[in-house]
Design a protein around this ligand. Sequence first.
Ligand SMILES: *[C@@H]1O[C@H](CO)[C@@H](O)[C@H](O)[C@H]1NC(C)=O
Ligand SMILES: *[C@@H]1O[C@H](CO)[C@@H](O)[C@H](O)[C@H]1NC(C)=O
Ligand SMILES: *[C@@H]1O[C@H](CO)[C@@H](O)[C@H](O)[C@H]1NC(C)=O
Ligand SMILES: *[C@@H]1O[C@H](CO)[C@@H](O)[C@H](O)[C@H]1NC(C)=O
Ligand SMILES: *[C@@H]1O[C@H](CO)[C@@H](O)[C@H](O)[C@H]1NC(C)=O
Ligand SMILES: *[C@@H]1O[C@H](CO)[C@@H](O)[C@H](O)[C@H]1NC(C)=O
Length: 391
Amino acid sequence: MAFDLKKVALVVGVSLTVIIVVCSVQYVFTVGWKQQSNDVVEPGRFSDPSLKFVTILFRHGNRAPEFKCNTDPYKNTFPEGKLELTKKGKQNMYKKGQIFRRLYNGFLSDLYLDSEILVKTTNTSRTFMSAALVLAGMYPPKGYQKWSDSETVWQPIPIYGDSPDHGTLFNERGKCPAFDSMVIKLRNQSDNLTDKNITALMTYLSEKCGQPITHKNIMKLYDLLLCRLADGLPQLEWIEPYHIETIKPIVINEQSSKRFFENYGFQKIVIGPLLNEIGLNMESRSNNYNRTRKMHLYSGHDISVKMAMSFLGNTINLPDFGASLHFHLYHHDEINEHTIKMFFYDRWDNEEGKEVSIPICGNPCTFKDFKNLLENNFSEEWTEECQKLES
Ligand SMILES: *[C@@H]1O[C@H](CO)[C@@H](O)[C@H](O)[C@H]1NC(C)=O
Ligand SMILES: *[C@@H]1O[C@H](CO)[C@@H](O)[C@H](O)[C@H]1NC(C)=O
Ligand SMILES: *[C@@H]1O[C@H](CO)[C@@H](O)[C@H](O)[C@H]1NC(C)=O
Ligand SMILES: *[C@@H]1O[C@H](CO)[C@@H](O)[C@H](O)[C@H]1NC(C)=O
Ligand SMILES: *[C@@H]1O[C@H](CO)[C@@H](O)[C@H](O)[C@H]1NC(C)=O
Ligand SMILES: *[C@@H]1O[C@H](CO)[C@@H](O)[C@H](O)[C@H]1NC(C)=O
């Protein structure tokens, strides 16, 4: 039999190919698996099987201020425009989503499932965009949900624009007449500080800002200073730290803050419908785990978060960008009862959070008591509530 060189070459060639294929499969498998195991997250702090339902209300990320001084030389700061989410805000909300993933991994599936989570936002660009970024952080496309070779971060996830959160009413004059008239009253009650130092400060600020600064707009100037601080921008040259300290008590007046956040009339209008919806969702969830979603997210505002806390009996500072309030519904099999716990994360990067009590509900706060409370306090129709003008 003649030595068939061709055949040997073929066999060697085939074996080499097989080896190469095996090796690359193995390579792809090991390296690929390693890469994947890098983003596999451990079961989260809240993967407890007795946890049945989660609602999170969060404040949007860093935004641009509404106000600008005529003398401001920085033409290109806040290029996004008034009240819009900034680049820092986008980055922070994406990271906030990653924090939610770490907290709730195991409670939530790895994949985005429409049957598991529902997301709502108020009707502003910054809350819509914050919701989208939080979802990108929570749900990088995996497995069959990878839809593009080049796009590895984002996948489409629905966000609904019908949040019953009315934390935007200060910017929606005419939408709720009762709110507007209560605000006029509130402003009329606020004691405008008139001591000499403040008058001198106002004169100084007006001159430097290039337009009159009064009790009416000093809040907006203060907001501008805070937005710059949050975005890591240098402060306006003519603002010294003690100016901020002096402006703060003028703007954040404890008395007027109480008159707003702790007022039952404002609570009914601003936060009643949202808390009601949360209660109703908890109810349908507790009646049937199979046909309801386990998590609802609401993208909202500092006013909504603080007022919800206020109604439930907690006093907090006006929450920072990306702060979040978490409502957890647990089921205790032994006694067949549902209870509620609440957690508060005071900033976008707070990963520890803290459990906060629900003073008006008691400890433990049973779902029954919580639901009664909402029913007794927020049963009226919102539109009717808004027509009730006190004389
Ligand atoms: C939502 O906002 C847009 C843009 O500001 C406005 O045109 C629209 O009427 C708003 N929708 C509702 C339901 O308020
Ligand atoms: C504001 O308060 C003053 C005095 O307290 C009162 O006379 C006036 O009617 C009030 N104005 C409004 C719009 O409530
Ligand atoms: C305080 O200032 C606000 C805004 O300028 C004004 O509406 C209100 O009537 C003033 N309150 C008093 C008591 O002067
Ligand atoms: C005004 O400011 C000065 C210097 O900061 C301070 O010593 C003084 O107590 C202030 N007066 C009032 C009425 O606040
Ligand atoms: C929910 O699903 C589980 C498992 O699929 C089933 O055993 C249970 O009967 C269902 N419960 C309801 C209320 O449909
Ligand atoms: C809110 O509900 C609680 C508990 O049912 C009740 O005691 C309280 O009077 C209600 N508050 C108002 C203002 O209706």
